[in-house]
Design a protein around this ligand. Structure first.
Ligand code: CUA
Length: 341
């Protein structure tokens, strides 16, 4: 009678041995690839916590079910149908209270690691990610551009992501990093990689015919190798003399052509608010609303300046919809960031 239960338990124990991450830095596990970022252990811990709670209760309930189905099965003349107990307050509190605490703990660990992964630390190294049907492009602060993603190990790296067409999603399983890239706005995610090596970036939102081919190689390198690589990349931004032109330089040039008359870079208020030290600050509008001065606020203000006018300034700006290329908007953002925050 006990044999099926014993073999079920034996199978569970065997599955457990496969699932436990013995050396997470080496090979990965049955469930997960190698842990190559600071987020990975947090994310995996949440998974294993839920996994083991589920495995334990599944085994317990199935074993109890099998035991009771056999032990208390109907046999003629053995059982005469005694009254079953009605209400057991202590028992009901126990089977409500314990699962409640366990699920609150699931929520807590999941929420904590989600917030960790969703909150880029300040002053991370910033890489622009451009997604389009069906490839990836990465732009580094010096203007270098690549289709492979290179990262320095043990550094905070923030990805500022945008799409040229439809919805895509940025996913690097080894980092446990995943974030949608939504047309018309910027989304951000970040990683602190902990292990040099080569990984794969996938698009994980169905985006058309070649969605399944939309991948990129990710190289995590020591700082010196990374610095060397990023320095010698062909620069896509060249000025009139064919000299490399960084996003900040592009922004400075656009500023000099279009923005300088209304926005100062020395902190003084002209027609509009100064750009100096404005990045990342909270803007207060005429109606009392507030908003962080970030990529999305900047782009929306450029396209629809009348929507959210900073308190104390006239709604004097006209829309720049269709005037600037995306690379020029990115340049302006880089330029404002370079003016301090
Ligand atoms: Cu891009 Cu799927």
């Amino acid at each position: 009678m006990n044999l099926p239960i014993l073999s079920t338990l034996a199978n569970l124990v065997q599955a457990a041995q496969v699932a436990v991450p013995s050396d997470p830095t080496a090979e990965g596990t049955f469930w997960f690839p190698v842990q190559a970022s600071t987020l990975a252990p947090k994310s995996d811990w949440t998974f294993y916590y839920i996994y083991w709670i589920s495995a334990f209760f599944t085994a317990l309930i199935v074993a109890a079910m099998i035991f009771m189905a056999i032990r208390y099965r109907y046999r003629k003349g053995v059982w005469d149908g005694e009254e079953s107990p009605g209400h057991g307050l202590a028992l009901e509190l126990t089977w409500s209270g314990i699962p409640f605490l366990l699920t609150i703990a699931m929520w807590y660990t999941g929420f904590k690691s989600y917030m960790y992964g969703d909150t880029p630390p300040p002053n991370g190294y910033e890489i622009q990610v451009k997604a389009r049907q069906w490839n990836w492009e990465f732009i580094y602060p010096n203007g270098a551009k690549s289709t492979e993603l290179h990262l320095p190990v043990e550094q905070d790296v923030t990805f500022v992501m945008s799409s040229a067409d439809v919805l895509h999603s940025f996913w690097i399983p080894a980092f446990r990093v995943k974030k949608d890239i939504v047309p018309g706005r910027y989304t951000k995610t970040w990683v602190h990689s902990t292990l040099e090596g080569q990984y794969t970036l996938f698009c994980t939102e169905y985006c058309g015919k070649d969605h399944s081919q939309m991948m990129a190689q990710v190289f995590v390198e020591d700082q010196a190798t990374f610095d060397g690589w990023v320095a010698k990349q062909a620069n896509p931004y060249l000025d009139e003399d064919g000299q490399p032109f960084t996003p900040v330089a592009i922004g400075e040039k656009i500023y000099g052509q279009h923005c300088f008359a209304c926005h100062s870079i020395d902190g003084s208020a002209v027609v509009g608010p100064s750009w100096k030290g404005s990045w990342g600050t909270e803007r207060t509008f005429e109606n009392g609303d507030t908003r962080l001065f970030d990529e999305n606020y900047f782009k929306e203000s450029l396209l629809d300046p009348g929507a959210q006018v900073v308190k104390g300034f006239p709604p004097a700006m006209t829309s720049y919809r269709g005037v600037f290329k995306d690379s020029e908007i990115d340049g302006l953002i880089a330029y404002i960031k370079s003016l301090g925050n």
